[in-house]
Design a protein around this ligand. Structure first.
Ligand code: B12
Ligand code: SF4
Length: 435
């Protein structure tokens, strides 16, 4: 049996808005594929052949498609448009298709219109059944992993499949390393509790050690993408500290081990100096500081709350004091944002002298609490999934027009980067570093 995995393409910021190309070109650095396919390939029995195609690098050639018994797609919302197009074409040629990932988990009925089978939630628990059914020619329309998957049984993801498929246009120097799965909170705009479940499960250190060794062999750094690492729930923070020791004992130079740690503003203020020191000793020199989900960034920029603004300045001071580069992802379009949000962000950037950041438009991703609210309030203005990429306004904002929000977003990129080096620190011809 042969399974062809496909990672469908999606638009980066500057592909949606070519006027941004000067600051954030779309074509040079695309980021690695999410770990969905690497995770499913890792639990595919050895006797089954697997192949991987990254449609962002070379469009998947439907007419000359490599023969396979099953075409397996993984996608999040921005890639759904392309996933549907490819699946429709494959099925028109009599091929069998299955999909999983964030969008199929949140919108199984919509995905089901285009695929023979849809897997919702973590795929590991049902993948054997999918493969057996596909081999017997009896795919079912839905497969659902009901219980949170036991992460102590996870093999390291097959990132090697991605690396084999790299090209000069897609050569990420890092890949995500998941320290945990799931989250017990339910932030307005987040899909994690809905896809990976509400129980926070930490991945055993042996598996992390092995994944780190695999990345090292492939010459790649790890990106720690989960903000849940800093939680006290389920011993996540203790687990994280122990992981930092593993990282510290890894003899490679710091730069080769880790690229960034995802975190939020309140977390930066809540972690003790001891932990900050441990982060530095383990080679961490960049935070990917996600804004717009928490009360500090919402208040500081959305409506100019002076207390929140002072806290946000402390966040940057703290990073600078510990020599951790804060790469801030600013989000605009929350319901609390008024038209002053754009100026407040630029003013903050100037005052704190941060030299690199990104700007994103709040996007009501299907299945999240904010999506449910906006559907109920009849505020969704676009269901073109490829526009759900944080670069387009897909809903009616509360305190401004959609056009004002769209213009404000483009002006933020221009306002920040015009007259200075681009997002990659070069005079011209940028490469994006966002994830
Ligand atoms: C790495 C990453 C990226 C990578 C890869 C993207 C991707 N497709 O995942 C890159 C760099 C491309 C990326 C870009 C963006 N990202 Co991103 N990213 C992530 C991140 C941090 C990790 C993804 C990951 O590897 N997860 C681990 C894997 C194992 O989980 P999983 O994919 O859900 O897979 C499991 C199941 O879904 C299922 N499954 C998955 N695929 C398949 C396939 C089959 C066949 C089967 C059976 C099962 C199955 O089984 C898997 C194992 O249990 C997530 C956060 C997160 N924790 O998921 C955000 C996340 C996916 N990104 C997000 C967003 C919004 C973006 C951006 C749009 C904006 C931004 N600023 O980040 C940009 C895109 C475009 C742009 N405008 O420039 C959102 C997506 C929201 C949504 N509903 O789609 C997330 C969830 C972050 C968040 N909390 O909001 N991102
Ligand atoms: S944004 Fe972070 S804390 Fe909030 S629900 Fe998502 S994973 Fe949990």
């Amino acid at each position: 049996m042969r399974v062809q995995f496909i990672y469908p393409s999606f638009e980066r910021h500057a592909q949606s808005h070519p006027e941004l190309l000067e600051f954030v070109p779309a074509d040079e650095y695309l980021g690695g594929a999410g770990l969905g396919i690497a995770s499913m390939a890792a639990v595919t029995p050895k006797h089954i052949d697997v192949a991987f195609h990254d449609d962002r690098v070379v469009p998947f050639p439907v007419d000359t498609a490599p023969d396979a018994d099953l075409y397996a797609f993984s996608f999040f919302t921005p890639a759904a448009t392309r996933a549907f197009e490819l699946a429709d074409q494959l099925r028109a040629r009599g091929k069998k298709t299955v999909c999983g990932g964030i969008f199929p988990s949140m919108m199984p009925d919509e995905a089901g219109k285009h695929f023979d089978a849809v897997v919702t939630g973590e795929g590991e628990g049902v993948w054997d059944e999918v493969l057996a059914d596909a081999q017997a020619g009896k795919l079912k329309p839905r497969y659902r992993q009901m219980q949170p998957f036991d992460v102590t049984k996870l093999p390291p993801p097959r990132v090697d499949l991605y690396v084999e498929n790299e090209s000069p246009h897609l050569k990420p120097d890092d890949y995500p390393l998941q320290l945990s799965r799931g989250c017990p909170l339910s932030c307005d705009a987040c899909v994690i509790p809905g896809t990976l479940g509400k129980s926070l499960r930490v991945v055993p250190h042996d598996m992390l050690r092995q994944s780190l060794a695999n990345l090292a062999k492939l010459g790649k750094r790890a990106a720690l993408t989960e903000d849940t690492s800093f939680f006290f729930y389920s011993g996540a923070r203790r687990h994280f500290r122990e992981f930092l020791k593993i990282l510290r004992d890894d003899p490679r130079p710091s730069y080769d081990k880790i690229s960034y740690v995802g975190i939020s503003a309140p977390m930066i203020l809540s972690i003790d100096p001891e932990l900050l020191k441990e982060l530095i000793e383990s080679g961490v020199d960049r935070f990917y500081l996600v804004g717009g989900f928490d009360p500090i960034t919402r208040g500081a920029f959305g409506w100019g709350d002076p207390v929140a603004r002072a806290k946000m300045e402390r966040v940057i001071d703290r990073c600078q004091e510990f020599k951790i580069d804060p790469y801030v992802s600013f989000l605009v379009g929350n319901d609390g944002d008024d038209e002053g949000v754009f100026d407040r962000m630029l003013d903050f950037c100037a005052k704190t002298k941060i030299d690199k950041c990104e700007f994103a438009i709040m996007t009501p991703y299907p299945g999240t609490p904010v999506w449910n609210r906006m559907v109920a309030e009849d505020r969704i203005i676009s269901r073109t999934w490829k526009h759900y990429n944080d670069a387009n306004v897909t809903f009616k904002p509360k305190n401004m027009t959609p056009e004002r929000l769209q213009r404000g977003y483009v002006d933020l990129w221009r306002g920040f980067y015009e007259g200075r080096k681009d997002i990659a620190g070069r005079e011209h011809h940028a490469r994006t570093v966002q994830f």
